[in-house]
Design a protein around this ligand. Structure first.
Ligand code: CP
Ligand code: NVA
Length: 312
């Protein structure tokens, strides 16, 4: 049983195959060509937190491939509260062909996968956000081709989005930099894991405090919210700590002239990113959001059909 829980569970070859398939399905869709690859297949979407992109992009990914999706809100399931995760997982396995879940504790996605007899996809946990990372890699790939030797600089909180970005980037041989304030570091274990991945791929991981140093000569500058879902009580304090880490014109000017700016969204304009940058010529925020759907079509096909249907 194949699940999609962590980028590190997949080889660079698997990731590249999915990115190529995502791009192919995107090009086909732009031409008005839709293949019913997932006809009669239904994805259950379990949400413990709010969402725009994850919900709509997975729903549309299933529909454009001829399948269907069910939205299950936090109030409906009460994962682990109304019913144990093990029971929810086994019940869903009898109804649908795949489950996507957005949870607080990463353990909960692992528990769902443990009991499921259908593929489970991680739609974000407090630890990581691998579907986002696939869309990020697809967006970088579309812009620059292979990621090898590119510098991807993340400025902000060492959070779930940063962890998955670091994993995909180091798997694919790029140099990953992160500049974050003290106390908001990436999990040490993930940094160590990615340093090992980078040894195999020719990439690197560099931890920094100064956003200017991270931006210097970068191909990609990435940022995310200062306060993630579930951390709302820390928001006031974070708003005092993070302003030096804002991605603004001054930061963008330090990067390569061809730099692209990425953000997983939702954006807090005037905090981690300025309007000028989010809406400026280097921004790829909206193609990146669209790419969630195309990358996820490839993930779904990989899990449900076992790879590229054309046998590539
Ligand atoms: N980027 C992302 O996951 O957005 P949503 O929270 O809206 O799903
Ligand atoms: N780091 C953010 C990402 C939202 C898509 C959060 O977890 O809230």
């Amino acid at each position: 049983m194949k699940h999609f829980i962590d980028i590190a569970d997949f080889s660079a070859g698997d990731i590249l195959r999915m990115l190529e398939l995502g791009l192919k399905l995107k090009i086909e869709q732009k031409k008005g060509e839709f293949r019913p690859l997932l006809k009669n297949q239904v994805l259950a979407m379990v949400f413990q937190k709010p969402s725009l992109r994850t919900r709509v992009s997975f729903d549309m990914a299933m529909r454009t491939l001829g399948g269907d999706a069910l939205y299950l809100s936090p109030q409906e399931i009460g994962l682990g509260k109304r019913e144990s995760i093990a029971d929810v997982s086994r019940v869903l396995s009898g109804y649908v062909q795949a489950v996507m879940a957005r949870v607080f504790e990463h353990e909960h996605i692992l528990e769902l996968a443990k009991w499921s007899s259908v593929p489970v996809i991680n739609g974000l946990s407090d630890y990581n956000h691998p579907c986002q990372a696939m869309a990020d890699a697809l967006t970088i790939f579309e812009e620059f081709g292979p990621l090898n030797g590119r510098t991807v600089s993340y400025i902000g909180d060492g959070n779930n989005v940063a962890v998955s970005l670091m994993k995909v980037v180091t798997k694919l041989g790029a140099d990953f930099r992160i500049a974050n304030p003290e106390g908001y570091d990436m999990p040490e274990k993930s940094v160590e894991q990615c340093r090992e991945l980078a040894k195999l791929s020719g990439g690197s991981v560099t931890l920094m405090r100064e956003p200017e140093a991270a931006a210097e000569g970068a191909d990609v500058i990435y940022t995310d919210t200062w306060t993630s879902m579930g951390q709302e009580e820390e928001a006031k304090n974070r708003e005092k700590v993070f302003p030096p880490y804002q991605v603004n014109q001054r930061i963008v000017k330090l990067a390569k002239p061809t730099v692209i700016i990425l953000h997983c969204l939702p954006a807090h304009r005037g905090q981690e990113i300025t309007d000028e940058v989010a809406d400026g010529p280097h921004s790829r925020l909206f193609p990146q959001a669209e790419n969630r759907m195309h990358a996820q079509k490839a993930i779904l096909v990989e899990l449900l059909l076992g790879g590229d249907p054309d046998g590539k």
